[in-house]
Design a protein around this ligand. Structure first.
Ligand SMILES: Nc1ncnc2c1ncn2[C@@H]1O[C@H](COP(=O)(O)OP(=O)(O)OP(=O)(O)O)[C@@H](O)[C@H]1O
Ligand SMILES: [Mg+2]
Length: 227
């Protein structure tokens, strides 16, 4: 059974009188352990696709299945439970909370779930040390470089041992050397944890580093190296 499956997925947005068809008939399966890049020009539907896979939005028609469960048949509450427990997110703009330390940011997803603070802290410190952030635990995000902030965000995404990590343009705000570093880090974590990673990117150079590339154009998949 695939980890995530999309069947004839359409997504349109209403924009005033106009209807924008952002995704037009997406069929896709991603297995546990895959490392997948979604690429394509601006407006091709990458973020829309990431939001559907990440259960942040619902399709206009078609089905999204997670571990064989059709998300159309799952309530909003249950959907956010699945999201909190099995998905990790990394964002383009890092999305760290400025008033919290790096460590507190990493702890947050588990604390929201009500996990005990001491274990959560231990786990977060362990994860951050593994990502080379051991000396920056107490720093506020603004005192960290872009690459360090994104590593904090990666640590946060992994703290709940997700089976899928989703990253919409995680390297868009990083210089090219740091971008390569972040992708290589995600690749290592993909191999160590066995979680699936799906990220979107504009950057051609990053595509050499992935095992599967999905090319979107005008809301359809025009190329998928994994099929
Ligand atoms: N909330 C929205 N309301 C109306 N139209 C939207 C909305 N979000 C996206 N769109 C439209 O849907 C299409 C796909 O957008 P999407 O953001 O998924 O593209 P993208 O590939 O992520 O682009 P980029 O590379 O610029 O991030 C575009 O035509 C966009 O204008
Ligand atoms: Mg986008």
């Amino acid at each position: 059974m695939p980890l995530i499956e999309l069947r004839r997925v359409y997504k349109s947005y209403r924009f005033g009188q106009a209807v924008i068809e952002a995704l037009r008939g997406i069929d896709l399966q991603v297995e546990l352990g895959e490392f997948v890049a979604i690429c394509g020009p601006s407006g091709s539907g990458k973020s829309t696709l990431c939001n559907l896979i990440g259960m942040l939005d619902r399709p206009t028609s078609g089905d999204v299945l997670f571990q064989g469960r059709n998300l159309n048949e799952v309530s909003d509450g249950e959907r956010s439970e699945i999201r909190n427990q099995t998905l990790g997110f990394v964002f383009q703009s890092f999305n760290l909370i400025p008033v919290l330390s790096a460590l507190e940011n990493v702890m947050l997803p588990l604390q929201i779930q009500g996990a005990p603070t001491r274990q959560t802290k231990e786990k977060a410190i362990q994860q951050m040390t593994r990502l080379g952030l051991g000396e920056h635990l107490r720093r506020r995000p603004e005192k960290l470089s872009g690459g360090q902030q994104q590593r904090v965000a990666v640590a946060r995404a992994l703290i709940n041992n997700p089976s899928l990590v989703l990253a919409d343009e995680p390297t868009a705000n990083l210089d090219s050397g740091t971008a390569v570093m972040i992708i290589d880090l995600m690749r290592d974590l993909n191999q160590q944890t066995g979680a699936a990673f799906i990220f979107s990117t504009h950057d051609q150079r990053l595509l050499e580093r992935v095992s599967r590339r999905i090319l979107l154009q005008d809301g359809t998949i025009v190329e998928d190296s994994g099929v």
